[in-house]
Design a protein around this ligand. Structure first.
Ligand code: ADP
Length: 397
């Protein structure tokens, strides 16, 4: 079966068409600037040249139609007709407390996605628009919602409850949810398979270190804890997000800079993290090269990033009373051996030993610990689209 995977942002739409007979990508691409002037589609059919379409896209409905046109295009297409698409899998940011698994979309599912607009104000409306656009363009084709929060739903109360009056949990479902769930789920299960670990009891920590960054602890692929909370702001230091801060910081900045809570939260989401500390960039490569040229604040940003990751790993080893494997994934985790090495230097007390030669790996699966290391350390590229396609296939076949 061929499955179309859709990931809608507020002004973008990423897609992949995957042939699930051999899990190969037939084509992928992105529509950018939807609803704004200058919208365009970049379509990359496997084995053929990239194809760019510059066309107005007033909404996601138009964008989906352009994607379908590109997929069946005589020259740049990869299928003869859209009837070859057996199902569509959608990445959906927030499923609230209702969904701990992927689900075939019906009116109830759409209602829940709508009810979660408050919790995912940038993504959930776009995700729902994408679903409705696909329903209109491909009537009768099953649509599946794969929630980024589903993985974190396995956490126990002691891990997901904030220590605030319980009524706020009851009234508003204020709790820790965790995000990047598709990535943590995919990577933790792949690590168990690759390393031949016990599928029921393996204790795995996944460090998803990209522009957004989060870390999870799981036993047998079930989430014990994960660093993002009610929103993706909590946890690690990220490109532009602060991660953990004392909430009083918000009040203090608001009072002293004459700003509203919303304005300060915007600063914590968009102007903080690596960018905030370094003043150089939110991009890890820029920060690293500024640090190498002697920029002290860039060096501090880099050090603070590593330190926070190492602290979380320590906490998660305690939460699980042990760890069998630590896995690095996403842009920084997959590519940056220096950062991986620096983080692992904090972990020698666990008997972790890194093989410097193996740790040079970029973007491919490899064990980077030595055979004597007490804990296996692995680099494993994430593949959220494939996870969404597998979930979709599992529900529709
Ligand atoms: P997201 O999906 O959250 O936007 P990515 O997983 O693509 O982010 O990661 C982006 C980050 O990965 C950036 O900070 C970038 O600098 C970093 N990155 C990408 N490639 C490399 C590399 N070869 N070496 C070091 N860092 C890299």
């Amino acid at each position: 079966m061929k499955i179309l995977v859709i990931n809608c942002g507020s002004s973008s739409l990423k897609y992949q068409l995957i042939d699930m007979d051999n899990e190969s990508v037939l084509a992928k691409g992105i529509c950018e600037r939807i609803g704004i002037e200058g919208s365009n589609l970049t379509h990359k059919p496997t084995g053929k040249d990239k194809y760019v379409v510059e066309a107005p896209m007033k909404d996601h409905q138009v964008a989906i139609q352009l994607v379908l046109d590109a997929l069946v295009d005589e020259t740049h297409g990869v299928i003869a007709s859209t009837s070859e698409i057996g199902a569509v899998g959608h990445r959906v940011l927030h499923g609230g407390i209702k969904y701990s698994d992927s689900i075939v979309v019906n009116e109830d599912v759409k209602k829940v996605i709508r009810e979660c607009f408050d919790l995912g104000p940038l993504h959930n409306p776009a995700n729902l628009t994408g679903i409705e656009a696909c329903e209109a363009a491909m009537p009768g084709v099953p649509q599946v919602a794969v929630f980024d929060t589903a993985f974190g739903m396995a956490m126990a109360e002691k891990a997901y409850l904030y220590a605030i009056p319980y009524e706020y949990y009851e009234k508003y479902s204020i709790r820790r949810y965790g995000f990047h769930g598709t990535s943590h789920n995919f990577v933790s299960h792949e690590a168990i398979k690759t390393l031949g670990l016990d599928p029921e009891n393996a204790k795995v920590i996944v460090a998803h270190l990209g522009n957004g960054a989060s870390i999870s602890a799981s036993i047998g692929g079930k989430c014990i804890d994960t660093s993002m909370g009610l929103t993706p702001l909590e946890g690690l230091i990220m490109g532009t997000r602060s991660g953990d801060v004392d909430p009083t910081v918000i009040q203090f900045i608001a009072n002293h800079e004459n700003k509203s809570v919303d304005e300060v939260l915007n600063i914590l989401n968009k102007e903080s993290g690596l960018l905030g500390i370094s003043g150089v960039s939110s991009d890890f490569r820029d920060v690293m090269s500024a640090a190498a040229e002697g920029n002290n604040r860039a060096q501090i940003a880099n050090d603070a990033f590593d330190y926070r990751v190492a602290k979380y790993i320590g906490a998660y080893v305690a939460a699980m009373n042990g760890v069998d494997a630590i896995v690095f994934t996403a842009g920084v985790g997959e590519n940056d051996g220096i950062v991986r090495g620096e983080i692992c230097e904090y972990l020698t007390y666990l008997g972790i030993e890194i093989d410097p030669e193996a740790n040079k790996v970029r973007g491919e699966e490899k064990v980077i610990s030595t055979p004597d290391s007490k804990v296996t350390v692995l680099v494993l590229p994430t593949n959220e689209e494939l996870f969404i396609a597998r979930e979709t296939l599992g529900l529709v076949k």
